[in-house]
Design a protein around this ligand. Structure first.
Ligand code: 5GP
Length: 170
């Protein structure tokens, strides 16, 4: 299925000069929403996955469903100050600004196979930071998958050491 008709361009959001890919038209359409979930699941066919890591906040839309369907656990990576237990953290550059991402220090066991999911791969700073968090706990990133990859921002270069997949590329 072609998901492109369900992705809306928002110019100058969240700041002038940025064209933001808005995924809410896809989410609100029952058919497209279900098909997108199925297609994301299809990207991991025959892979053994112990944990699915969803990235704050739009990564939380599909990652728990993927975890449930894969028989894996769901782990949240959150922006700083949101997680209640002991955390490890990584700072990263964003398409617009910088930030810090955190993960609970007991979220992943050594040797676990991990799927990282987020809605959009832009410059790759976010996904790279998440992969570092996974590896610091001894996890192995078996795939980073996204609804959308903005190829012109070259995020794939930052995560070139990990298998990557996306439903849509611009
Ligand atoms: P990156 O670190 O790859 O530059 O940015 C990726 C992160 O920023 C993702 O968590 C994603 O949610 C958000 N992001 C950046 N650009 C867009 C966009 O155009 N649309 C959406 N939905 N999210 C974006």
């Amino acid at each position: 299925m072609d998901f492109a008709p369900y992705i809306r361009d928002i110019e100058d959001f969240p700041k002038p000069g940025v064209v933001f890919k808005d995924i809410t038209p896809l989410l609100k359409n029952p058919f497209a929403f279900q098909k997108a979930g199925d297609a994301l699941l299809g990207l991991t066919r025959n892979m053994k996955i112990d944990k699915v890591v969803g990235v704050d906040s739009r990564g939380f839309i599909f990652a728990p469903m993927l975890a449930e369907k894969l028989g894996a656990g769901f782990v949240t990576v959150r922006k700083s100050g949101k997680l209640p237990y002991k955390t490890i953290s990584e700072s990263y550059d964003l398409e617009y600004g910088t930030g810090t991402l955190e993960m609970h220090s007991d979220a992943i066991e050594k040797g676990e196979k991990v799927l990282v999911h987020d809605d959009v791969l832009a410059t790759g700073g976010t996904a790279e930071a998440v992969c570092k968090l996974v590896e610091r706990l001894g996890g192995e990133v078996v795939q980073c998958n996204f609804l959308i990859e903005l190829t012109f921002l070259k995020g794939a270069d930052k995560i070139k050491n990990y298998p990557k997949a996306a439903l849509l590329q611009y």
